[in-house]
Write a protein that binds this ligand. Sequence first.
Ligand code: PEP
Length: 251
Amino acid sequence: MRKKLLLGNWKMNKTISETKEFLKDIDELVTLAKEKDIDIGIAPTYLCLETIKNNVPSSVIVASQNCHYLDSGAYTGEVSVLMLKELGIDWSIIGHSERRTYDNETSQKCNLKIKKLLENNCTPVYCVGETLEQFENNRTCDVVKEQIVEGLKDIKLEDLSKIVIAYEPVWSIGTGKNASKEIAENVCAFIRSLLVDLYNKEEAEKVRILYGGSVKPNNIKEYMQEKDIDGALVGGASLKVDSYKELIHNI
Ligand code: PEP
């Protein structure tokens, strides 16, 4: 049985003081998550990671939104997994579509980052998903397959279940146009079938696959009832405590 996971991606939002304001109500969120038996987490900017890590119980996942695939060197503006680990940060989002779009993040680069995270006993949340044009041209499966095959290249069987995958159609992120539960389930089931082909059924069944894209308190429940959707990666609706609380409540 895969435990449901709700991960808030704060993107480039919230200063340290705004983060502290949010954290005033963290106990309520933690209690509710415990009642619902789900994992919850937040991925803030690098600057706010330490503030969150030091002010939440260890049950709350704190993730970075990116990392580099090398330990150190002349890479201005980058942060390594070793640096994150020193803060106790052992989860990282990889390959978010905004990074694929604005920062030339390729599946090959994601693969190096995923390997570096696994080497360091960290959990990658690997994002995949098609653009609107690809969706309209019925290319979703081809695109997602390429992203999965390249992103997970040479990842060992014993490491597969340490990875979380997030299916996030680009056309649904921040647009208010969430994918129907049928579309989301079909693609998440397709991803799981790819994992069966690439690895085996037993290990594929252990992998948590999230849906992300305009998930809100009023639509989260429908996704959570689907067989292959194990949680949600949520942007906008994770920014306010009340809305985050409602998301947990409605799972
Ligand atoms: C995201 O940033 O991963 C995301 C899904 O954003 P939103 O929920 O705002 O669409």
